[in-house]
Design a protein around this ligand. Structure first.
Ligand code: GDP
Length: 296
């Protein structure tokens, strides 16, 4: 389970605080040292941890908290609020265009879960009454187009493709025209990934972006890669500009460092989380629920 180690450690730390009745400044500082270690072990970005612990300390080492009747509870409440804040406070939704179709462009490295996520997003919004179209712009990975078609068939969502000989910019533009003609109010563009970030990839994505003007560019990153995922998010944001992140494979991530760092490092919210390989294993990301899950 995600945050397994972190949750256990934080809950132990706070159980000690709660058992104390009155708190001294030293009690709070000791607890914060444990929180810091637990966050670092969960692979949270170092600077994010430092800022977080300082903020909590500043709020917790005050008269109001120390002299309250339940200072331990008070500190936990502060940690809960700051954890929620760290992840963006509120759920960050997709903004749908008032003039359909809304265009979502999915980007990310190969294997992050882009194609699967495209299908999952289509499925999620179809359930909410949208009429999505998936557009296959990954012309490099041999099986990508077929994979998207299989996903589309399973979900009964149409897939637009022009094979692997056409330029991705043209495919994206033709896909949008197709959507307009066929009354699809949501277009999800699956783009090519590479093993690493390179200029060729970024140039292609920038071309698609400037020609297609998507309403949302969502970066798909693999939660299990921890701080690498955060670095990837930072690089994509700097080079291309992203609107949000889909964090995949959270079901296999026991640490959760990416989930806790992405927003603070990139200033872009996590919008969805992938919780498994099945096509309905996608959930909106709720910072407050995650914080409460960690603190038990
Ligand atoms: P792409 O190269 O970015 O398009 O990645 P794919 O969509 O092909 O996904 C790569 C692998 O990750 C596939 O085996 C997916 O089933 C798997 N995958 C994607 N999202 C998740 C997730 O949220 N949880 C788990 N456990 N596996 C996932």
């Amino acid at each position: 389970m995600i945050f397994e180690g972190l949750a256990e450690k934080l809950q132990n730390t706070f159980a000690k605080l709660k058992g104390k009745g009155k708190l001294s400044e030293k009690d709070v500082k000791d607890a914060m040292r444990e929180v810091k270690l637990a966050l670092l072990e969960a692979d949270v970005n170092f600077k994010v941890v430092k800022d977080f612990v300082n903020k909590v300390k500043e709020r917790a080492v005050g008269q109001e908290v120390m002299e309250s009747l339940t200072p331990g509870q008070h500190v936990i409440k502060i940690v809960n609020e700051e954890l929620t804040d760290l992840m963006g406070s509120v759920q960050s939704k997709i903004s749908f265009s008032s003039k359909p179709p809304t265009i979502i462009m999915l980007v990310g490295l190969q294997g992050a879960g882009k194609t699967t996520t495209g299908g999952k997003l289509g499925g999620l919004f179809k359930k909410q009454g949208k009429r999505p179209l998936l557009v296959a712009c990954d012309v490099y990975r041999p099986a990508a187009i077929k994979q998207l078609q299989v996903v589309g068939e399973k979900l009964d969502i149409p897939v637009f493709s022009m094979g692997d000989k056409e330029n991705p910019v043209n495919i994206a533009k033709a896909g949008i025209s197709h959507a307009v003609k066929n009354n699809n109010d949501l277009v999800i563009i699956d783009t090519a990934g590479r093993l690493h970030i390179d200029e060729g990839l970024m140039d292609e994505l920038k071309n698609i972006k400037s020609e297609v003007k998507p309403h949302e560019i969502l970066l798909v990153v693999d939660s299990m890669t921890g701080q690498d995922a955060v670095n990837v998010a930072q690089s994509f944001n700097e080079a291309l500009g992203i609107d949000g992140v889909v964090l995949t494979k959270l079901d296999g991530d026991t640490r959760g460092g990416a989930a806790l760092s992405v927003r603070a490092v990139t200033n872009k919210p996590i919008k969805f989380i992938g919780m498994g390989e099945k096509l309905d294993d996608l959930e909106p990301f709720y910072p407050d629920r995650i914080a409460s899950r960690i603190l038990g």
